[in-house]
Design a binder for this molecule. Sequence first.
Ligand code: I3P
Length: 304
Amino acid sequence: MMHWSMQRQSSWVQLAGHQGNFQLSEGGEVLKLYNETEAKCLDCLMRDMLRPFVPQYHGLVTRGEHCYIRLEDLLSGLRRPVIMDCKMGVRTYQEEEVTKARAKATLRSDMYQKMVKIDPSALSAEEHAQKGVTKWRYLQWRDTTSSTSTLGFRIEGIMVGAKMEDGSVHRDFGKILTLAQVTEALLFFTRSQLDILKAYHSRLLALSDALKNSLFFRTHEVIGSSLLFVHDHHRRASVWMIDFGKTTPLPDTSELQHNVPWAEGSREDGYLIGLTSLITSLSQAISVASWQQEDSCGGEKSVI
Ligand code: I3P
C-alpha cells in the first residue's frame, strides 16, 4: 500500500519538476517544502472562492530539519492516473528577476548548459565566453521558444502509463507553438476520449467563472503557477491550480486584468490568455474526437 502511494506521489512531483521539494506522507497528503510565499497564498485561497480548484491546505508540519506544507494528494483514490502539467501565463519570471539581472548579473552555468544542449545558436558570443546566463535570460528564452509568450501557457509535461511503476513522463512539449499542436497534444493525453475531454472543458469553464469573481485572483500576480490535469482509468477527470511559490499580492488597492500582454511594471501575468487558449483548444479537441468517433461508428456500420 505504501509502495503504491509512494509511486503516485513521486509522479506528481516529477511533473512539478522539483523532486527534492516533496516528502511522502500517509493519509492522503503530500508534503511540500515550505515556501513562505506559497503558504501565504494557500492560506488566502482556503478562504477564497477558488478553494474548490486548489488542493486542500492543512497547515505546516516539521520533519527533521525542514518545515513542510501539508497538501491534499490530488491523486489519492485514482486508478492509474494520467497527468498533464500546464504552466500558466505569458511569462514565468517575476519582475524582480529582471531588476536583479540588471543590477547584479549573477550568471547560472547550469542554465547556460541547458541552453547549449538545446540550441547553442540562441546564445551570444559573450554568453558562450562567460559560460553562464542570468536566470531571467534563461526563463525568458524558455518562454519565447515555447507557447508561453504567444498562447499564455505551455505544457510542461504529460505522464502516461498503464501502471504508475512503468509510467513515463513526456517532457518534449517545448516545441509546441500553435493551438493546433496543443489540440494534438490534448488528444494524445486523453487518447481522444470524449467524456474526459468534455469533463476537462466544463471544469475549465467553471474555473474561468470562479476566477472572474475571485478576490485572490484580482489582487495577486500569478507567476509560474500550473494547472494540473488529472484523469484515471475510471474516467474521472479534474483540473487543479497548483504551485504558488511565485504568486504575490499587489500593493494596496491595485488589481490585475490577467488578460492583457505584459509591459514591464504592469505586473500583468496573462493567466487568462492561457486559460482562453486552453479552453479553445479543448473545444477543438472535442470536435476532432467527435468526428473520430463518428468515423469509427460509420466504419463499423459499413463492415456490418
Ligand atoms: C527551471 C524552471 C523552474 C525554475 C527553475 C528552473 O528550469 O524554469 O520554474 O524554478 O529555477 O531551473 P527548467 O524548466 O528547465 O526545469 P522557479 O519557478 O522556482 O523559478 P531554479 O533552478 O532557480 O529553481
